[in-house]
Design a protein around this ligand. Sequence first.
Ligand SMILES: [Zn+2]
Length: 166
Amino acid sequence: MVDPRFDSPHHAVLGRATWLIQTNDLVEDVTENGSRIRRFNRLDLHLNSCYAILNKQCFNNALPGIPVYWAEHIDIQPDHLHSNAVYVPGDSVIKDPYIAIDDCLAGKYPLDQLCLLHEMVHVRIGPEFDHGEVFIAEFKRALDANKWEVMGCIDAPRFSSAPNSG
Ligand SMILES: [Zn+2]
């Protein structure tokens, strides 16, 4: 069902401010396949810093600079799945790629980082792959590079790149 606050299917800007959006206009993107992402239009400094840090740490800065937004709601087609995060690779309707993360995860470290890294793996392998072997292998590699901190292993022993002498 279409949210009545949005009267246009693409980039409908919410006209009525509430406390939540006084400084953050909402936009709703509807992708070519009908997925709907209702997101804040302002780049979040923390999320985008995390993207840059993970890009360096896990991908040797190989990923393109892709903006990351907080989302109010992510509805993925074809099954109307409510998703915690999404990588929108860009299509004929939504031209510029971005990542959106549900704002229910704001401040929920490391879950926000885990979802971000998940979407960055999608960026790395490309939208043609889902969650099969290619995804799993790349996610595992990225987790190792991150020392599994996004899995909550923040007290794990540090990996060493030096050969183990003992
Ligand atoms: Zn995924």
